[in-house]
Design a protein around this ligand. Structure first.
Ligand code: GDP
Ligand code: IMO
Ligand code: MG
Length: 441
């Protein structure tokens, strides 16, 4: 069986959590392979509404294993909180595994995250402040602490003291902050290690063996391709290594790239972004902005506010240029188009099909931030449908104009749309093919 990666095709929050929750029924392993608790994945199913930041969205099925892979950075306190929240709500986490090689977010990381943002001035990114970026800096800078380090007290004591001596110099001399206390951190993190010990193991061998037995593995991406270090709107991106794009899935879980045969690209029917950076199709005021931001016309209770930070998401029309670029970057073989219901209130809809930059017509990611800021979207207009679609379960039952919108997006993406989500709940979807590409119903 192939491994399948689910990735975000925009700036994150496309609805990856709900798509993974839906498809996890077909898979025996569901794994996160990148990022940290900067991610926030919302799932609404028969157990209620959940916001997951580290635990894979497959945790609600009782017959599979959820893995937090080697490519993830873990804030142990946040993970323990998430495990407790799930357990308190009757969701078992006994089948959760954590890679011994996953890096740990340490107390200096959120401090540095916030201090860096201040120092960046006009280049501030609008990070989540979770310490995720600095934890990846330490990974790349080879001074990271990994989950296995927390499980061996003597080794951790030595490593922490060595790293902290360096970090305290940076905190005090560069940032003008107070030094951190080694003893306090040592006691606290060893305790986290004790509480998480039962979950930590060799996930690379586990996943490889499951793959070898022909079991289905679903890799749950975080963020979106436009937030990726290499493929995104740099420097207004996140710092995950490996990347959240599909190619990172293999590295972040320990499979060879040939194991991944299918890539599901999750795209919102319009565009959102949290944090700073260019967004050519952004709508900055007026009724259209209000309609998208507050989710008017679509399913109730799904206004566009960040799952992790609660910040209002910036909103805009679907950017077909960037969507087609990320479909190619990821090798998308199947698309899940989400929040079609959120467009129901509009009389007319716009899709950006190219940019005008100076006297040039551009149809891919602009070369620099300056170009992206100058890019004037060239729009195609389409009639809206102005009908509630949240109860539709078959494509042919969608209003004709909604069908046309979906078909046009499909054309721009160059990949088949196999799932259209029309509401946040598990059942609110039109699904024509399963995650392996087999036709349904
Ligand atoms: P993720 O980070 O990609 O998992 O996405 P988030 O969970 O951060 O954000 C997606 C938001 O859209 C959440 O509030 C979901 O409940 C909601 N959502 C997902 N699919 C749909 C849909 O089809 N319609 C509506 N109205 N909301 C949806
Ligand atoms: P999910 O998985 C949306 C954004 C932040 C900021 C930038 C860098 O829920 O789609 P960071 O804290 O990572 O250094 O912030 O990236 N960002 C996200 N935006 N969804 C996410 O994850 C995000 N993860 C990071 O808002 O602009
Ligand atoms: Mg999110």
């Amino acid at each position: 069986m192939p491994a399948v990666v689910v990735i975000g095709g925009q700036w994150g929050d496309e609805g990856k959590g709900r798509v993974v929750d839906f498809h996890s029924r077909y898979c025996s392993v569901i794994a996160r392979y990148s990022a940290g608790n900067n991610a926030g994945h919302t799932i609404i199913n028969e157990r209620g509404k959940f916001a997951l930041h580290l635990v894979p969205a497959g945790i609600f099925r009782q017959d599979n294993t959820c893995v937090i892979g080697n490519g993830v950075v873990i804030d142990p306190a946040k993970l323990l909180e998430e495990i407790k929240m799930l357990t308190d709500r009757g969701v078992s986490t006994s089948r959760l595994m954590i890679s011994q090689h996953a890096h740990v977010i340490m107390p200096w990381h959120p401090l540095i995250d916030r201090a860096d943002e201040e120092l960046r001035g006009e280049l501030a990114i609008g990070t989540t402040g979770t310490g995720t970026g600095p934890a990846f800096h330490d990974k790349v800078g080879r001074s990271g602490i990994r989950m296995a380090d927390l499980l061996d007290a003597a080794h951790f004591r030595w490593k922490l003291r060595t790293v902290l001596e360096y970090k305290n110099r940076v905190l005090t001399r560069l940032y003008g902050l107070e030094p951190l206390d080694a003893e306090e951190i040592e006691a606290r993190y060893l305790e986290y290690g004790n509480q998480l010990r039962a979950y930590v193991g060799d996930t690379i061998s586990f996943v490889q063996e499951a793959h070898g037995r022909g079991e289905m593995i679903l890799l749950e991406g975080a963020q979106g391709s436009l937030l990726d270090l290499d493929t995104g709107t740099y420097p207004y991106v996140t710092s995950s290594v490996p990347a959240s794009v599909a190619a990172g899935g293999a590295i972040g879980i320990g499979l060879g790239p040939t194991a991944i045969e299918r890539v599901v690209g999750v795209y919102k029917s319009y565009q959102t972004r949290v944090g700073h950076g260019p967004m050519p199709t952004e709508i900055t005021d007026g009724g259209d902005m209000e309609m998208l931001r507050e989710g008017l016309g679509g399913a109730a209770g799904t206004a566009e506010y960040g799952t992790t930070t609660g910040r209002p998401r910036r909103v805009g029309w679907l950017d077909g240029v960037l969507a087609s670029y990320t479909a190619r970057i990821n090798g998308v073989t199947s698309v899940a188009l989400t929040r079609l219901d959120s467009l129901s209130a509009f009389e007319r809809l716009k899709i950006c099909v190219a940019y005008e930059i100076g006297d040039q017509r551009v149809t891919t990611l602009p070369a620099t931030i300056a170009d992206a800021v100058r890019a004037k979207p060239i729009y195609e207009e389409m009639p809206g449908w102005q009908e509630d679609v949240t109860d539709v379960r078959h494509f042919s039952d969608l209003p004709r104009d909604a069908q046309n919108y979906v078909r046009r997006v499909e054309e721009l993406l160059g990949a088949r749309i196999d799932m259209i989500s029309v509401g946040p709940e598990r059942s609110q979807a039109i699904v024509t093919r399963d995650i392996f590409g087999a036709a349904l119903g």
